[in-house]
Design a protein around this ligand. Structure first.
Ligand code: FAD
Length: 513
């Protein structure tokens, strides 16, 4: 049964674009199909993991049912990657206009102003367009039985959606995560924004407090600051992007500060109160005595995610789970019930769309076609789309140290790359870590305007077992920012020039006279 359109939080405001979105991914007039006997695969959740599992399995001839309680496309389409990257693009435009003076470009007349309602409308328009790809109609036409409604297991091999029971040979749990709202007194009453609601805003908050400096908090704090909000970012640790290379995170931090974001480290919100239309956040800084107040119009909570494992009947299905980390799976993504697999955010700490996609492909092979693929074999890149971007794959220095792995690190500053200098984007670096004494790549971190795009060359090399020698031997067009990766590889080549080798080369040159 579809939900009434008015009750779908992410689809507000109900303009033509959001109606188009809902018509695609939660059609109000949708009639669930009659079940077609026992399904080869029942998929719960139609975010990236569920969509890829369903369409991939159906494409290989399986009888597939896909169940979604809210909007198909999940977080990525509706309240994650897609709307956030549309906003980030608008924030880039705002910063480009602001910074145009350095290129000798200025507006001849008129003030530069950000039209927040227009940029949000642009986001809704683009999202609605993209949503056709994830639509119930498309999936249905490709042979997937799409059921709208809340799913829960009724046994080891059966799932109920509404009044209908679906039997399965295999099932995949792809129910994703939702924003964790910490139990801070007054926070719930303050109706904080989360990723579910922040993209429904129609007015720019004058003062925005962001709780949590992970990727979501950082990306949105910077964007809203560029739109003109006074942004305060609260983080309980001593730096932003805790998972990342510290030098890299420090560069992004500086950039946020330049954009006007006030960052308060080692600070935790302890209580929220309302004072007229203001929200007052009482914050406590580690080791400091007393508390201080931060006044905001809106509060955005970006303090982690919790897996959607409740009310799913996991006990009935014999599926083990942890309410913090999600569905427990083995390396082949099988749960404690051998008929049930899981993919995506619901069972992984790598909470990225591309990871949900990669895990779904593993599930199809392992669950239906006797595959033996392991999730641990995946090379997992990721990127925070701040400006500059911060992208990473494999090990970083701290992890190598913790695991006792000896590495050599090759680094290029973007300031030594002509194209980055000419683009006015010379901030950042490429760091590539290799197994000590070899060119075998164990990990890389890139900070730069196009770090996410640049990283794929390194990820490909790692996946294909190519070393830095191969990258050094690859012609990169001049001038491109990707030359930074080749320069890091050149640094490896130079490191091979031992005194003996240098002497030998000198000797050969002498033969030429
Ligand atoms: C603001 C933000 C920005 C992001 N940006 C990026 C980015 O740039 N790049 C990137 O790689 N990742 C990004 N992510 C992460 C990315 O969105 C997720 O990793 C991805 O959506 C995970 O896909 P999934 O299929 O596992 O889960 P989800 O997309 O969460 O889908 C799960 C689906 O299951 C449904 N469901 C849950 N329980 C039930 C039930 N009982 N019955 C039926 N249906 C159910 C839900 O309604 C949902 O539609 C971002 C996330 C956020 C919040």
């Amino acid at each position: 049964m579809p939900k009434p359109i008015e009750s779908i939080t992410e689809a507000q405001p109900l303009d033509a674009y959001n109606r188009q979105l809902v018509a695609n991914v939660h059609p109000p007039d949708w009639k669930n199909p009659e079940p077609r006997g026992r399904y080869h695969m029942v998929v719960i959740g139609a975010g990236t993991a569920g969509l890829v599992t369903a369409i991939g399995a159906a494409g290989l001839g399986a009888r597939v049912a896909l169940i979604e309680r809210n909007l198909m496309g999940g977080d990525c389409l509706n309240s994650g990657c897609v709307p956030s990257k549309a906003l980030i693009r608008a924030a880039h435009a705002a910063a480009a206009v602001r910074d145009a003076g350095q290129f000798g470009v200025r507006l001849a007349d008129g003030e530069v102003a950000v039209d927040f309602s227009k940029l949000m409308e642009r986001m809704r328009r683009l999202r609605a367009g993209i949503s056709a790809h994830d639509s119930a109609k498309r999936f249905s036409s490709l042979g997937v039985d799409v059921f709208l409604g809340e799913a829960s297991f009724t046994g080891r091999r059966a799932v109920r959606v509404g009044e209908t029971e679906l039997e399965f040979s295999k099932a995949c749990i792809a129910t994703g995560t939702r924003a964790a709202v910490p139990p801070i007194p007054g926070l719930e009453e303050a109706k904080p924004l989360t990723n579910e609601t922040v993209f429904t805003l129609e007015e720019l908050p004058r003062r925005l407090a962001v709780i949590g400096a992970g990727p979501i908090g950082v990306e949105l704090a910077q964007s809203f600051a560029r739109f003109g909000s006074e942004v305060t970012l609260l983080e309980r640790f001593g730096g932003i992007l805790a998972r990342e290379d510290r030098d890299a995170a420090a560069i992004v931090e500086q950039s946020l500060r330049r954009d006007g974001v006030t960052i308060r480290f080692r600070t935790q919100a302890v209580a929220l109160t309302e004072a007229g239309s203001d929200t007052v956040i009482r914050a406590k800084q580690e080791r400091a005595s007393g508390v201080h107040d931060i006044v905001a119009d809106r509060v955005l909570v970006a303090a982690g995610r919790i897996p959607n494992v409740d009310n799913l009947g996991l006990e009935e299905a014999g599926v083990e789970y942890d309410s913090r980390t999600g569905v427990v799976v083995n390396d082949r993504l099988r749960t404690s019930n051998r008929h049930v697999y899981a993919a995506g955010d619901a069972c992984s700490l790598y909470r990225f769309t591309h990871m949900a996609d990669a895990m779904a492909r593993i599930v199809i092979g392992n669950a239906l076609f006797f595959g033996r693929s392991k999730a641990s074999a995946l090379k997992v890149p990721w990127c925070t789309y701040s400006d500059p971007e911060l992208a990473h794959v494999g090990l970083n220095e701290t992890e190598a140290e913790q695991e006792g792995i000896r590495i050599d690190t090759y680094k290029t500053d973007m300031a030594s790359v002509d194209r980055a200098v000419l683009d006015g984007e010379a901030e950042g670096f490429v760091k590539i870590h290799c197994k000590r004494g070899t060119d075998s790549i164990l990990g890389a971190t890139i900070v730069g305007r196009h770090a996410g795009d640049m990283l794929s060359e390194v990820t490909l090399a790692m996946s294909a077992g190519l070393g830095l020698k191969a990258i050094a031997g690859t012609i990169h067009p001049y001038p491109t920012q990707a030359e930074a990766v080749r320069k890091a590889a050149d640094a490896y080549q130079r490191s091979r020039l031992t005194p003996d080798l240098k002497r030998l080369l000198k000797g050969i040159l002498r033969l030429h006279g």
